[in-house]
Ligand binder design. Structure first.
Ligand code: CMX
Length: 134
């Protein structure tokens, strides 16, 4: 069902302040910034081999990332696994009794289709399923 780790999401207060460390100090390939309105975040994408790091900056006070930052401060926010068929992956998790935040795919960055599993179902790790857009 899962084919690879697509990305790791890191919550940040400011992309401008955080990006230089990842892009310049760690030397990751910067692939641009995109606003994902549906998730109320601005996302900076950095490529590491076949996976990505996504820096997530909230665009409004009611963004899930704003709430996370308020409670925990900056840090790892979620882990995203790539799937070939997101509907099938959601159906399987629901059938297994997992608590899905999204029972239908939503739109993520780069035209991906995404769905989150609640961290209470995945031992404290907010888990994303991600089907690349073609
Ligand atoms: N990782 C691990 N645990 C988390 C978490 C995270 N990122 N966010 C919240 N939690 C935990 C909380 O600590 C809390 O645990 P306790 O009850 O033990 O204290 C529990 O989950 C419920 O948290 P909450 O604060 O009561 O609920 P929220 O209103 O913050 O909602 C969540 C949490 C995960 C349901 C919500 O953030 C959500 O729907 N997330 C999915 C969408 C999202 O995160 N989008 C941003 C990224 C978008 C992108 O990558 O494009």
């Amino acid at each position: 069902m899962l084919t690879r780790i697509n990305h790791i999401g890191i919550a940040v207060r400011s992309l401008d302040e955080t990006l230089p460390f990842y892009r310049d100090n760690l030397g990751m390939a910067f692939a641009g910034i995109e606003e994902v309105a549906e998730q109320k975040v601005r996302v900076a994408m950095l490529q590491v081999g076949e996976s990505k790091i996504e820096l997530l900056e909230p665009t409004s006070e009611d963004s899930p990332v704003a709430k996370f930052l308020e409670k925990n401060g900056p840090g790892i926010h979620h882990l995203a696994y790539e799937v070939e068929d997101i509907e099938a992956a959601i159906a399987r998790l629901l059938a297994e009794g997992a608590r899905m935040i999204d029972q239908r795919p939503r739109t993520g960055a780069h035209g991906t289709r995404i769905a989150f599993v609640h961290p209470k179902s995945s031992n404290g790790v907010l888990t994303e399923l991600c089907q690349p857009g073609h």
